[in-house]
Design a binder for this molecule. Structure first.
Ligand code: KIV
Length: 274
């Protein structure tokens, strides 16, 4: 049979597995997850030692310059996930299922999630939903496709929600997280949820909760890489902390290059050939 795996790299044996990731809920240490969309950045975040790397549909905003996540296609996310999957040795790699790749019935969802696992070296998918997606999560898990759920603010439903708002309905949020866990999800992202509510959900579900704008009491935290590095060009939400100012570093380096070319300092003798 032809070997059409996307990379010659050895199988991901050293990587954190889905069961290992889930078991981190019982450890005293918080789980860390960050997004990546290409090979060099994925290598760096893997080296930094996070437990999870997410090929998020946030690529729509931070890489493609679009206004929301809705336009990302399955082919586009696979294109990025393949690069990330090839780079990662250690972390668990999760890929967002784009809108509406899991809304057209469970067989279509299995077909689309199956493509993600077949065409990239990634190990799991993430989809937005709880009670409403329980059947789909169950079908994917039955097909051997690990699922991370995403509850609270669901960016793919931005039009229905009327904007990116904090989600405060505690009963609905708890039901969503429970439904996802009962359907077999191995972890759940909680986005833009009051800290007390996220803390209660974390106590009441058996799978790890990974918060973003959900306070300190989740089992782990996720952020978008470009926000952490300080290279997000437009709006930055309140829950983001930038740990670097690469926007200044990058424009500074490129301006210096421009100045040295114009001033005749670059290229110098050591940058040429005899
Ligand atoms: O797409 C993404 O980056 C995400 C995170 C914000 C959790 O879903």
């Amino acid at each position: 049979m032809a070997n059409d795996t996307p990379s010659k790299k050895s199988p991901s044996q050293k990587r954190i597995t889905v069961p290992q990731f889930s078991a981190l809920k019982q450890s005293a240490q918080k789980i860390t997850m960050i997004t990546a969309y290409d090979y060099p950045m994925a290598r760096l975040v893997d080296e930094a030692g996070v437990e999870g790397v997410l090929v998020g549909d946030s690529l729509s905003m931070v890489v493609q310059g679009r206004e929301n996540t809705l336009a990302v296609t399955l082919d586009e996310i696979i294109y990025h996930a393949e690069m990330v999957g090839r780079a990662i040795d250690r972390s668990l790699v999760i890929v967002d299922m784009p809108f509406p790749s899991y809304h057209l019935g469970k067989y279509k969802a299995i077909e689309n999630a199956g493509r993600i696992l077949k065409e990239t070296r990634c190990q799991a998918v993430k989809l937005e939903g709880g009670v409403d997606q329980a059947e789909t999560i169950e079908a994917l898990v039955s097909a051997g496709i690990p699922v991370m759920a995403h509850c609270g603010l669901r960016p793919q439903s931005v039009h229905q929600l009327g904007g990116y708002r904090v989600q405060r309905d505690e009963n609905a949020l708890l039901s969503d997280a429970r439904a996802a866990a009962d359907a077999g999800a191995f972890a759940v992202v909680l986005e833009c949820v009051p800290s007390t509510v996220a803390g209660r959900i974390t106590e009441h579900v058996d799978i790890p909760t990974i918060g973003i704008g959900a306070g300190p009491d989740c089992d782990g935290q996720v952020l978008v890489l470009h926000d952490v590095l300080g290279i997000t060009c437009d709006y930055v939400p309140r829950f983001v902390k930038a740990y670097a100012d690469l926007q200044t570093e990058i424009t500074g380096a490129v301006s210096k290059f421009r100045d040295e070319v114009r001033g005749g300092q670059f290229p110098g003798p050591k940058h040429g050939y005899n």
